[in-house]
Design a protein around this ligand. Structure first.
Ligand code: EPZ
Length: 422
């Protein structure tokens, strides 16, 4: 089994180039199926979620080629077919094929999507939106197979109980080629949604309001090939900036959009952490007297849930007591036990509330990644800790952080992958 081995405590300096946003790419790649012919997506991150999507699309007869971070997708010979349970379970975002296949063929067959263990991760809001558009949904409780059919897909006004990112995008997909107008109210406002709407509009869709809480989609009949670039990954950038706030000496992330991580930078200000912005570059250095603060994760543009776990490591190095509240997922504190094993002093009130007392020196340990961002938090902790840390279950981490080892070695980290790939 492959593991990450870290000898921590090293000061990290230099530049980390940020890749394309995972949570944009996993929607943009399947969205290429809207157009008959060749589409091009650039700045695609080198992550295993990308490869999982490619295997699903190839099972539908789609030709895919890559040159560096540029992906060419040719859907000329694609066929609508059931997406197997094995493929459906490769990643949570496989559910985007539901909206796309409904738009193109009025029919989709697949299984409940996989993903991390951070919560039940239902898709009821997606399905409710599809039903509002006239989709009939049958679900086999045994096999978890979904069969979705729509005689005709008609635009509707849809109010989301929760500003769900996935439901917003999936309903936008299904509405793109429906008859008439769809209005999504209480839509998610994450920046990735703007990137996806830009791609759909470039292919001939008629979508307005992406990035606000009300999105209007006028259905179109035809879509044509186009190209798009994936926006920078604000979560990857935030993760490395958090690392730099503890171990950095002029650690710079480049190729980022600072406007996408305002919530994180504001917290840095509250904590007394120095950083400087220069265009698409942000440089941060460790600060001796880090102030304890409170963090509550919220929908965009609030503090992002995907940076809560990495941030909890920074809070262990703050002087005083910090309160960390996770409001988006019901089980995103599984990394805490491992941080405490490394010397942190974190008391879990429940699965969503942690009291973090700092500053506590961290020491190396043998630990396990429990999910993608929890795993990233453990990499940060290992780089901070004195001594050796061995992290298992690293597939979780490689799903969302491209070239992790190379990027960290480049700035002075003593980190490597050991063991055999299974
Ligand atoms: C996206 O997940 C991201 N994943 C998540 O990032 C991110 O944490 C989340 O948005 C919130 O920002 C991708 O984009 C692939 P949601 P998504 O629908 O769309 C509940 C990472 O680490 N919910 O906004 O699945 C759900 O249970 C990942 O990169 C329903 O109840 O998130 C959760 O409590 C983790 N019913 C909350 O809403 C639904 O139908 C947030 O879900 C859908 C969601």
């Amino acid at each position: 089994m492959e593991q990450i081995k870290i000898n921590g405590g090293k000061i990290l300096s230099g530049e980390i180039k940020i890749g394309g946003a995972k949570n944009s790419a996993v929607a943009l790649i399947p969205a290429a199926l809207f157009a008959e012919g060749q589409t091009e997506i650039s700045n695609v991150p080198n992550i295993t979620d990308r490869d999982a999507l490619f295997s699903i699309m190839r099972s539908l007869g789609v030709d895919i080629s890559m040159k560096g971070s540029v992906v060419n997708i040719d859907s000329s010979h694609m066929k609508n077919a059931e997406i197997s349970e094995e493929l459906s379970n490769k990643l949570r975002a496989s559910y985007y094929f539901m909206g796309i296949l409904l738009a193109k063929y009025r029919h989709a067959e697949m299984y409940f999507p996989g993903g991390c263990s951070i919560g039940a991760r239902p898709i009821d809001l997606h399905l409710k939106g599809f039903e509002a558009l006239g989709v009939n949904i049958s679900h086999d409780e045994e096999s978890h197979k979904y069969t979705l059919d729509a005689q005709n897909l008609k635009g509707a006004k849809i109010h989301l109980d929760f500003a769900s990112v996935g439901a917003t995008i999936n309903i936008m997909f299904a509405a793109t080629m429906a008859e008439g107008t769809t209005i999504i109210e209480n839509a998610a406002k994450e920046t990735e949604i703007i990137n996806i709407a830009d791609f759909l509009n470039a292919m001939g869709a008629d979508i307005k309001g992406a990035g606000t809480s009300t999105i209007t989609i006028n259905g179109v009949k035809e879509m044509h090939p186009a190209s798009i670039s994936v926006i920078p990954d604000r979560i990857e950038a935030g993760t490395y900036l958090i690392l730099g706030a503890i171990m950095g000496k002029d650690l710079t992330v480049c190729g980022v959009n600072p406007d996408h991580i305002t919530a994180v930078l504001n917290k840095f200000k509250d904590m007394g952490i120095d950083y400087r912005i220069d265009g698409d570059r942000i440089t941060v250095s460790r600060t001796d007297n880090i102030k304890a603060i409170n963090i509550t994760t919220l929908v965009y543009p609030g503090f992002p849930t995907d940076l809560g776990q990495p941030m909890s490591v920074l809070l262990t190095q703050a002087n005083g007591t910090s309160y960390f509240e996770e409001t988006i997922w019901e089980n995103r504190m599984q990394h805490v036990a491992y941080l405490n094993k490394m010397g942190a002093n974190i008391e879990l009130k429940d699965n969503c509330h942690a009291v973090i007392k700092g500053a506590t020196p961290l020491h190396g340990a043998e630990i396990n990644a429990t999910d993608l961002r929890g795993g990233a938090a453990l990499v940060v902790a290992g780089l901070v800790a004195d001594g050796q840390t061995i992290i298992s279950n690293i597939d979780y981490i490689l799903r969302g952080y491209e070239n992790l080892i190379k990027k960290l070695k480049n700035v002075g980290a003593d980190i490597q992958i050991i063991g055999e790939k299974e």
